[in-house]
Design a protein around this ligand. Structure first.
Ligand code: C2E
Ligand code: MG
Ligand code: MG
Ligand code: MG
Length: 282
């Protein structure tokens, strides 16, 4: 009836809103079960040296392989898991599984420079006092060298630093773990943390990469970030590289590392190993 009226009245919206609430609740129930039964798996997206083409690392990305045509993407279930607190359990599983996978991969490819593992860590995990222990246990159990582990955080974590978070990060850095700022440039944080916070890597968000090389302002911004990183002695990784002209421009301006569908999609660990052998051997 609301549709027949042809107007966007509140009558049209209410039932849809209800559907959304029900869907959300249903999703949450399924997520509860999936977390307790560890129904997730991981994909690994290669990080490459843009000019050389070889693989230097892998970023672990969580997947929820529900039956059916449209699996729920991480952009949807990760925020929900953060709200419900399930991210603690899910994040711990990701850390254990990914460190084990990449430690084994490194063992199977002893002649190649060991690729590093990068793991996304949400704000809630960083606030968890047990997080440092979790990381140390994963390293000790799997034998993964701390120097080949990178942990990603977002600017939102840097905006709400506490003594406890800083202490955990210092302890991780002392062990040799590297810290990357994910989605760099999209947060609302001030750049002051770059002065006094020991980050190693800036990951330039895909939204900056999308506009290059066509949009001169975007080019200037990306150049500026690369220059800033160089000056501060940080590494940079460009995210979401899809087209050769983007790669070429990034190589020209001295952005050393990148990730994106142009190089490789997120892969199973076996596929990742095959790509590593192919790109890095010889
Ligand atoms: P992110 O950490 O910034 O990861 C990059 C995302 O961009 C991934 O999406 C990846 O598949 C996608 N991507 C990479 N290259 C390209 C490209 O060339 N084009 C396009 N269109 N996309 C590209 P994904 O896997 O859907 O993950 C989305 C976000 O979910 C991640 O963004 C991260 O914030 C979060 N996430 C995923 N796995 C985990 C996890 O285990 N723990 C936590 N805390 N967050 C996770
Ligand atoms: Mg990431
Ligand atoms: Mg990112
Ligand atoms: Mg992102």
């Amino acid at each position: 009836a609301a549709k027949a009226s042809g107007k966007r009245t509140w009558r049209r919206f209410r039932p849809q809103q209800r559907v959304r609430v029900v869907e959300r609740h249903d999703l949450q129930v399924r997520l509860d079960k999936a977390v307790s039964q560890e129904e997730f798996n991981l994909r690994y997206q290669p990080v490459v040296d843009i000019a050389e083409g070889d693989v230097v690392g892998f970023e672990a990305l969580a997947r929820w392989p529900e039956p059916g045509p449209d699996p729920v993407p991480p952009g949807r279930f990760i925020p929900l898991a953060e709200e419900t607190g399930h991210i603690a359990t899910l994040g711990a599983w990701v850390l254990r599984t990914a460190t084990a996978d990449i430690a084994r991969l490194q063992h199977r490819t002893p002649r190649l420079a060991p690729p590093y593992l990068s793991v996304n860590v949400s704000a809630r995990q960083w606030r968890d006092t047990g997080f440092l222990d979790e990381v140390c246990t994963a390293l000790d159990t799997t034998g993964l060298a701390a120097g080949t582990l990178q942990l990603e955080l977002t600017e939102s974590v840097l905006m709400r630093r506490t003594e406890q978070i800083d202490a955990q990060i210092r302890a991780l850095k002392d062990r040799g773990v590297r810290i990357a700022v994910d989605d760099f440039g999209t947060g609302f944080s001030s750049l002051r943390y770059l002065q006094d916070f020991p980050v190693d890597i800036l990951k330039i968000d895909k939204s900056f990469i999308d506009g290059i090389p066509e949009d001169p302002r975007q080019v200037t911004l990306v150049e500026g970030i690369v220059h800033l990183a160089d000056t501060l002695g940080l590494q940079v990784i460009a995210e979401g590289i899809e087209k050769p002209p983007q790669r070429d421009l990034l190589a020209d301006i001295g952005c050393r590392y990148g990730q994106g569908f142009l190089f490789a999609r997120p892969l199973t660990v076996e596929e990742g190993e095959a790509v590593l052998r192919q790109r890095n051997d010889g």
